[in-house]
Design a protein around this ligand. Structure first.
Ligand SMILES: *Cc1c(COP(=O)(O)O)cnc(C)c1O
Length: 368
Protein backbone atom coordinates (compact mmCIF):
# COMPACT_ATOMS: atom_id res chain seq x y z
CA UNK A 1 0.00 0.00 0.00
CA UNK A 2 1.58 3.29 1.10
CA UNK A 3 5.20 4.25 1.47
CA UNK A 4 5.97 3.79 5.15
CA UNK A 5 8.19 6.11 7.19
CA UNK A 6 7.48 4.88 10.70
CA UNK A 7 5.93 1.89 12.42
CA UNK A 8 2.24 1.64 11.61
CA UNK A 9 -0.59 -0.84 11.95
CA UNK A 10 -2.68 -0.80 8.80
CA UNK A 11 -6.28 -1.91 9.15
CA UNK A 12 -8.00 -3.04 5.97
CA UNK A 13 -11.73 -2.45 6.44
CA UNK A 14 -12.54 -4.10 3.10
CA UNK A 15 -11.00 -7.29 4.48
CA UNK A 16 -13.13 -6.86 7.61
CA UNK A 17 -16.21 -6.68 5.41
CA UNK A 18 -15.10 -9.82 3.57
CA UNK A 19 -14.68 -11.71 6.87
CA UNK A 20 -18.02 -10.42 8.17
CA UNK A 21 -19.72 -11.78 5.05
CA UNK A 22 -17.87 -15.08 5.35
CA UNK A 23 -19.02 -15.56 8.96
CA UNK A 24 -22.57 -14.54 8.01
CA UNK A 25 -22.54 -17.12 5.21
CA UNK A 26 -22.06 -19.83 7.86
CA UNK A 27 -25.20 -18.75 9.73
CA UNK A 28 -28.85 -19.33 9.03
CA UNK A 29 -30.91 -16.20 8.39
CA UNK A 30 -32.36 -16.00 11.87
CA UNK A 31 -29.07 -16.50 13.75
CA UNK A 32 -27.74 -13.23 15.11
CA UNK A 33 -24.09 -12.25 15.00
CA UNK A 34 -22.39 -10.61 17.96
CA UNK A 35 -19.01 -9.04 17.17
CA UNK A 36 -16.41 -9.38 19.92
CA UNK A 37 -14.43 -6.13 19.98
CA UNK A 38 -12.67 -6.50 23.33
CA UNK A 39 -9.00 -5.51 23.73
CA UNK A 40 -9.28 -2.73 21.10
CA UNK A 41 -10.89 -5.12 18.63
CA UNK A 42 -8.01 -7.56 19.01
CA UNK A 43 -5.41 -4.82 18.85
CA UNK A 44 -6.90 -2.86 15.93
CA UNK A 45 -9.09 0.02 17.02
CA UNK A 46 -12.38 -0.85 18.70
CA UNK A 47 -14.09 2.43 17.89
CA UNK A 48 -13.41 2.49 14.15
CA UNK A 49 -13.99 -1.24 13.77
CA UNK A 50 -17.20 -1.26 15.81
CA UNK A 51 -18.56 1.70 13.85
CA UNK A 52 -17.76 -0.04 10.59
CA UNK A 53 -19.45 -3.26 11.78
CA UNK A 54 -22.44 -1.27 13.02
CA UNK A 55 -22.69 0.07 9.45
CA UNK A 56 -22.65 -3.51 8.15
CA UNK A 57 -25.62 -4.26 10.42
CA UNK A 58 -23.98 -6.58 12.89
CA UNK A 59 -26.49 -7.31 15.68
CA UNK A 60 -24.53 -6.39 18.80
CA UNK A 61 -21.09 -6.19 20.41
CA UNK A 62 -19.18 -7.64 23.32
CA UNK A 63 -16.18 -6.31 25.22
CA UNK A 64 -14.54 -7.63 28.36
CA UNK A 65 -14.74 -4.65 30.71
CA UNK A 66 -17.08 -1.76 31.41
CA UNK A 67 -14.59 0.95 30.41
CA UNK A 68 -14.25 -0.63 26.98
CA UNK A 69 -18.02 -0.33 26.60
CA UNK A 70 -18.02 3.29 27.77
CA UNK A 71 -15.45 4.12 25.07
CA UNK A 72 -17.70 2.55 22.43
CA UNK A 73 -20.73 4.53 23.62
CA UNK A 74 -18.66 7.73 23.54
CA UNK A 75 -17.68 6.87 19.96
CA UNK A 76 -21.32 6.66 18.93
CA UNK A 77 -22.06 2.94 19.13
CA UNK A 78 -25.79 2.55 19.78
CA UNK A 79 -26.20 -1.23 19.39
CA UNK A 80 -26.41 -3.43 22.49
CA UNK A 81 -23.05 -4.06 24.17
CA UNK A 82 -22.50 -7.16 26.29
CA UNK A 83 -19.83 -6.82 28.97
CA UNK A 84 -18.27 -10.27 29.31
CA UNK A 85 -16.38 -9.77 32.56
CA UNK A 86 -17.68 -6.70 34.38
CA UNK A 87 -16.50 -5.91 37.89
CA UNK A 88 -19.17 -4.96 40.46
CA UNK A 89 -17.41 -1.68 41.25
CA UNK A 90 -18.36 -0.52 37.72
CA UNK A 91 -22.03 -1.61 37.75
CA UNK A 92 -23.43 1.94 38.21
CA UNK A 93 -21.32 3.08 35.28
CA UNK A 94 -22.53 0.13 33.21
CA UNK A 95 -26.13 1.16 33.80
CA UNK A 96 -25.38 4.80 33.06
CA UNK A 97 -24.00 3.82 29.65
CA UNK A 98 -26.61 1.17 28.94
CA UNK A 99 -24.09 -1.67 28.94
CA UNK A 100 -25.39 -5.19 29.51
CA UNK A 101 -23.50 -7.30 32.04
CA UNK A 102 -22.68 -10.96 31.93
CA UNK A 103 -23.82 -12.26 35.31
CA UNK A 104 -21.83 -15.36 36.16
CA UNK A 105 -22.18 -15.92 39.90
CA UNK A 106 -24.54 -15.29 42.81
CA UNK A 107 -22.11 -12.66 44.05
CA UNK A 108 -22.30 -10.67 40.79
CA UNK A 109 -26.06 -11.20 40.63
CA UNK A 110 -26.52 -9.76 44.12
CA UNK A 111 -24.37 -6.77 43.28
CA UNK A 112 -26.21 -6.12 40.04
CA UNK A 113 -29.64 -6.41 41.66
CA UNK A 114 -28.54 -3.74 44.15
CA UNK A 115 -27.21 -1.49 41.39
CA UNK A 116 -30.37 -1.87 39.30
CA UNK A 117 -32.56 -1.00 42.31
CA UNK A 118 -30.39 1.94 43.29
CA UNK A 119 -30.60 3.27 39.72
CA UNK A 120 -34.37 2.62 39.59
CA UNK A 121 -34.29 0.30 36.59
CA UNK A 122 -37.11 -1.77 35.13
CA UNK A 123 -36.34 -4.88 33.05
CA UNK A 124 -32.66 -4.02 32.72
CA UNK A 125 -31.09 -6.56 30.31
CA UNK A 126 -28.65 -9.05 31.82
CA UNK A 127 -26.96 -12.11 30.35
CA UNK A 128 -26.68 -15.22 32.49
CA UNK A 129 -23.50 -17.20 31.86
CA UNK A 130 -23.27 -20.92 32.57
CA UNK A 131 -20.11 -22.93 33.06
CA UNK A 132 -20.32 -25.99 30.83
CA UNK A 133 -16.72 -27.18 31.15
CA UNK A 134 -14.32 -24.27 30.58
CA UNK A 135 -14.27 -23.76 34.35
CA UNK A 136 -13.45 -20.09 33.99
CA UNK A 137 -16.62 -18.03 34.59
CA UNK A 138 -20.22 -19.12 34.90
CA UNK A 139 -22.96 -20.53 37.07
CA UNK A 140 -23.19 -24.22 37.75
CA UNK A 141 -26.44 -26.02 36.88
CA UNK A 142 -26.99 -26.58 40.61
CA UNK A 143 -27.40 -22.82 41.11
CA UNK A 144 -30.43 -22.43 38.81
CA UNK A 145 -32.96 -22.45 41.65
CA UNK A 146 -31.05 -19.78 43.56
CA UNK A 147 -30.76 -17.53 40.50
CA UNK A 148 -34.48 -17.78 39.77
CA UNK A 149 -35.40 -17.20 43.40
CA UNK A 150 -33.48 -13.92 43.35
CA UNK A 151 -34.86 -12.85 39.97
CA UNK A 152 -38.46 -13.49 41.05
CA UNK A 153 -38.06 -11.00 43.89
CA UNK A 154 -37.26 -8.09 41.59
CA UNK A 155 -38.73 -6.35 38.54
CA UNK A 156 -35.54 -4.44 37.89
CA UNK A 157 -33.91 -7.13 35.71
CA UNK A 158 -34.78 -9.06 32.59
CA UNK A 159 -32.77 -12.02 31.33
CA UNK A 160 -31.92 -11.14 27.74
CA UNK A 161 -29.71 -14.13 27.02
CA UNK A 162 -28.32 -17.35 28.41
CA UNK A 163 -24.84 -18.23 27.25
CA UNK A 164 -21.76 -20.32 27.72
CA UNK A 165 -18.27 -20.55 26.22
CA UNK A 166 -16.56 -23.50 24.55
CA UNK A 167 -13.13 -24.60 25.78
CA UNK A 168 -11.72 -26.30 22.68
CA UNK A 169 -13.94 -25.53 19.70
CA UNK A 170 -10.90 -25.32 17.37
CA UNK A 171 -9.49 -28.69 18.48
CA UNK A 172 -10.90 -31.62 16.54
CA UNK A 173 -9.32 -34.03 19.06
CA UNK A 174 -11.79 -32.64 21.59
CA UNK A 175 -15.02 -33.20 19.66
CA UNK A 176 -16.46 -35.45 22.37
CA UNK A 177 -15.71 -32.89 25.07
CA UNK A 178 -17.23 -30.06 23.02
CA UNK A 179 -20.35 -32.08 22.22
CA UNK A 180 -20.68 -32.68 25.94
CA UNK A 181 -20.47 -28.94 26.56
CA UNK A 182 -23.21 -28.38 23.97
CA UNK A 183 -25.45 -31.00 25.57
CA UNK A 184 -24.91 -29.59 29.05
CA UNK A 185 -25.83 -26.13 27.71
CA UNK A 186 -29.03 -27.50 26.17
CA UNK A 187 -30.05 -29.20 29.40
CA UNK A 188 -29.24 -26.26 31.63
CA UNK A 189 -31.02 -23.71 29.45
CA UNK A 190 -34.10 -25.89 28.99
CA UNK A 191 -34.45 -26.24 32.76
CA UNK A 192 -33.85 -22.54 33.29
CA UNK A 193 -36.34 -21.39 30.65
CA UNK A 194 -39.08 -23.69 31.96
CA UNK A 195 -38.92 -21.98 35.33
CA UNK A 196 -38.22 -18.47 34.04
CA UNK A 197 -41.40 -18.34 31.99
CA UNK A 198 -39.98 -16.55 28.94
CA UNK A 199 -37.31 -17.42 26.38
CA UNK A 200 -34.05 -15.46 26.27
CA UNK A 201 -31.57 -15.59 23.37
CA UNK A 202 -29.16 -18.56 23.57
CA UNK A 203 -25.52 -18.47 22.44
CA UNK A 204 -22.46 -20.65 22.90
CA UNK A 205 -20.18 -20.47 19.83
CA UNK A 206 -17.04 -18.43 19.25
CA UNK A 207 -15.41 -18.32 15.77
CA UNK A 208 -14.21 -21.93 15.72
CA UNK A 209 -17.51 -23.06 17.22
CA UNK A 210 -19.32 -21.31 14.35
CA UNK A 211 -17.19 -23.22 11.83
CA UNK A 212 -17.09 -26.63 13.51
CA UNK A 213 -20.41 -26.91 15.37
CA UNK A 214 -23.29 -25.54 13.26
CA UNK A 215 -25.64 -27.54 15.48
CA UNK A 216 -24.70 -25.23 18.36
CA UNK A 217 -25.44 -21.87 16.75
CA UNK A 218 -28.72 -21.51 18.71
CA UNK A 219 -30.10 -17.92 18.23
CA UNK A 220 -26.78 -16.11 18.20
CA UNK A 221 -23.02 -16.63 17.81
CA UNK A 222 -20.05 -14.57 18.99
CA UNK A 223 -17.16 -13.96 16.62
CA UNK A 224 -13.89 -12.21 17.36
CA UNK A 225 -10.82 -13.66 15.65
CA UNK A 226 -12.74 -14.67 12.50
CA UNK A 227 -13.75 -11.07 11.84
CA UNK A 228 -10.10 -10.11 12.07
CA UNK A 229 -9.14 -12.73 9.52
CA UNK A 230 -7.97 -15.80 11.43
CA UNK A 231 -9.80 -19.11 11.66
CA UNK A 232 -7.60 -21.39 13.80
CA UNK A 233 -7.55 -23.78 10.84
CA UNK A 234 -5.52 -23.75 7.58
CA UNK A 235 -8.58 -24.36 5.37
CA UNK A 236 -10.60 -21.58 7.01
CA UNK A 237 -7.60 -19.23 7.04
CA UNK A 238 -7.51 -19.48 3.24
CA UNK A 239 -11.02 -18.08 3.08
CA UNK A 240 -10.47 -15.23 5.53
CA UNK A 241 -8.36 -12.09 5.11
CA UNK A 242 -6.21 -10.81 8.00
CA UNK A 243 -7.24 -7.19 8.44
CA UNK A 244 -4.07 -6.00 10.22
CA UNK A 245 -0.65 -5.38 8.69
CA UNK A 246 2.17 -4.33 11.00
CA UNK A 247 4.95 -2.60 9.15
CA UNK A 248 7.99 -0.52 9.90
CA UNK A 249 11.09 0.85 8.22
CA UNK A 250 14.85 0.31 8.28
CA UNK A 251 16.39 3.06 10.44
CA UNK A 252 20.02 2.12 9.96
CA UNK A 253 22.20 -0.61 8.45
CA UNK A 254 25.45 -1.81 10.05
CA UNK A 255 28.10 -4.24 8.95
CA UNK A 256 29.67 -6.10 11.85
CA UNK A 257 32.78 -8.23 11.61
CA UNK A 258 33.32 -11.78 12.75
CA UNK A 259 33.62 -11.81 16.56
CA UNK A 260 31.82 -8.48 17.10
CA UNK A 261 28.65 -8.41 19.16
CA UNK A 262 25.22 -6.88 18.59
CA UNK A 263 22.85 -5.31 21.07
CA UNK A 264 22.29 -5.58 24.81
CA UNK A 265 24.19 -8.16 26.83
CA UNK A 266 26.16 -8.91 23.66
CA UNK A 267 23.63 -11.68 23.06
CA UNK A 268 24.58 -12.03 19.38
CA UNK A 269 28.18 -12.60 18.31
CA UNK A 270 28.81 -12.54 14.55
CA UNK A 271 30.31 -15.79 13.27
CA UNK A 272 31.14 -14.06 9.98
CA UNK A 273 30.77 -10.60 8.47
CA UNK A 274 27.09 -9.77 8.98
CA UNK A 275 24.86 -6.98 7.70
CA UNK A 276 22.21 -5.92 10.21
CA UNK A 277 19.23 -3.59 10.03
CA UNK A 278 17.90 -1.71 13.06
CA UNK A 279 14.11 -1.22 13.16
CA UNK A 280 11.99 1.18 15.25
CA UNK A 281 9.84 -1.43 17.02
CA UNK A 282 10.55 -3.28 20.26
CA UNK A 283 9.09 -5.05 23.24
CA UNK A 284 7.23 -1.90 24.30
CA UNK A 285 5.41 -2.14 20.97
CA UNK A 286 4.33 -5.74 21.51
CA UNK A 287 7.30 -7.63 20.07
CA UNK A 288 8.08 -9.92 22.98
CA UNK A 289 11.70 -10.58 23.95
CA UNK A 290 11.01 -14.18 23.05
CA UNK A 291 11.17 -13.25 19.36
CA UNK A 292 14.84 -12.31 19.75
CA UNK A 293 17.92 -14.45 19.30
CA UNK A 294 16.83 -15.95 16.00
CA UNK A 295 13.32 -17.09 16.91
CA UNK A 296 11.19 -14.54 15.08
CA UNK A 297 11.67 -12.80 11.75
CA UNK A 298 10.54 -9.82 9.73
CA UNK A 299 10.03 -9.64 5.97
CA UNK A 300 12.05 -7.28 3.79
CA UNK A 301 11.62 -7.30 0.01
CA UNK A 302 9.69 -10.59 0.36
CA UNK A 303 12.54 -12.31 2.23
CA UNK A 304 12.63 -13.36 5.88
CA UNK A 305 15.20 -11.59 8.03
CA UNK A 306 15.73 -13.25 11.44
CA UNK A 307 15.52 -11.08 14.57
CA UNK A 308 18.98 -11.38 16.13
CA UNK A 309 20.26 -10.45 19.57
CA UNK A 310 17.96 -9.30 22.34
CA UNK A 311 14.76 -7.42 21.57
CA UNK A 312 15.15 -3.88 22.99
CA UNK A 313 12.33 -1.71 24.32
CA UNK A 314 12.08 0.42 21.17
CA UNK A 315 14.14 -1.49 18.61
CA UNK A 316 15.00 -4.82 17.11
CA UNK A 317 17.92 -5.78 14.93
CA UNK A 318 17.59 -8.22 12.05
CA UNK A 319 20.09 -10.05 9.87
CA UNK A 320 19.88 -8.75 6.30
CA UNK A 321 23.14 -10.27 5.04
CA UNK A 322 21.27 -12.11 2.28
CA UNK A 323 18.75 -9.40 1.47
CA UNK A 324 19.12 -6.56 -0.95
CA UNK A 325 17.88 -3.56 1.05
CA UNK A 326 18.76 -0.05 2.18
CA UNK A 327 17.94 2.42 4.96
CA UNK A 328 14.36 3.70 4.59
CA UNK A 329 13.07 0.45 3.07
CA UNK A 330 9.74 -0.97 4.21
CA UNK A 331 9.68 -3.92 6.66
CA UNK A 332 6.73 -6.23 7.31
CA UNK A 333 6.18 -7.82 10.73
CA UNK A 334 2.96 -9.46 9.58
CA UNK A 335 0.47 -9.01 6.78
CA UNK A 336 -1.99 -11.14 4.79
CA UNK A 337 0.75 -13.42 3.44
CA UNK A 338 3.25 -13.53 6.31
CA UNK A 339 0.57 -13.73 8.97
CA UNK A 340 0.51 -12.89 12.66
CA UNK A 341 -0.24 -16.55 13.29
CA UNK A 342 2.95 -17.62 11.44
CA UNK A 343 5.07 -15.15 13.41
CA UNK A 344 3.38 -16.02 16.73
CA UNK A 345 4.09 -19.70 16.12
CA UNK A 346 7.84 -19.03 16.14
CA UNK A 347 7.53 -18.51 19.91
CA UNK A 348 4.74 -21.05 20.52
CA UNK A 349 2.20 -18.25 20.78
CA UNK A 350 -1.06 -17.63 18.92
CA UNK A 351 -2.41 -14.92 16.62
CA UNK A 352 -4.67 -13.62 19.43
CA UNK A 353 -1.70 -12.78 21.66
CA UNK A 354 0.45 -11.10 19.02
CA UNK A 355 -2.46 -9.05 17.60
CA UNK A 356 -3.62 -7.81 21.00
CA UNK A 357 -0.04 -6.94 22.03
CA UNK A 358 0.49 -4.25 19.39
CA UNK A 359 0.90 -1.25 21.65
CA UNK A 360 -1.23 1.87 21.60
CA UNK A 361 1.74 4.05 20.68
CA UNK A 362 1.77 2.56 17.18
CA UNK A 363 -0.27 4.63 14.77
CA UNK A 364 -3.33 2.98 13.24
CA UNK A 365 -4.00 3.71 9.57
CA UNK A 366 -7.30 2.67 8.00
CA UNK A 367 -8.04 1.62 4.43
CA UNK A 368 -11.64 1.56 3.28
C1 LIG B 1 -13.17 -13.61 23.38
C2 LIG B 1 -14.46 -14.34 23.43
C3 LIG B 1 -15.12 -14.73 22.25
C4 LIG B 1 -14.51 -14.59 20.87
O1 LIG B 1 -13.74 -15.72 20.55
P1 LIG B 1 -13.04 -15.87 19.12
O2 LIG B 1 -12.32 -17.17 19.21
O3 LIG B 1 -12.12 -14.72 18.99
O4 LIG B 1 -14.12 -15.85 18.11
C5 LIG B 1 -16.39 -15.27 22.36
N1 LIG B 1 -16.96 -15.46 23.58
C6 LIG B 1 -16.33 -15.14 24.73
C7 LIG B 1 -17.01 -15.41 26.03
C8 LIG B 1 -15.06 -14.60 24.70
O5 LIG B 1 -14.43 -14.29 25.85
Amino acid sequence: MSEVQETILEIDLKALKHNFKFIKSKLSNNTKLLAVVKAFAYGGDAEVIAKYLQGLKVDCFAVAYVYEGVALRNAGITLPILILHPQPINFDLAIKYNLEPSIYSLRTLNYFISASKKNKQLDYPIHIKFNTGLNRLGFDASEIASILEKLKLTKTLKVKSLFSHLAASEDLNEVAFTKDQINIFKTVTTTFIKQLGYTPVLHQCNTSGIINYPEAHFNMVRSGIGLYGYGNDPQINKQLKPIATLKTVISQIHTINKGESLGYNRAYIASKTTTTATLPIGHADGISRNYGNGNGYVVINSKKAPIIGNVCMDMIMVDVSNINCKEGDEVILFDKEFTAEDLAQTIQSISYELLTSVSRRIKRVFYR
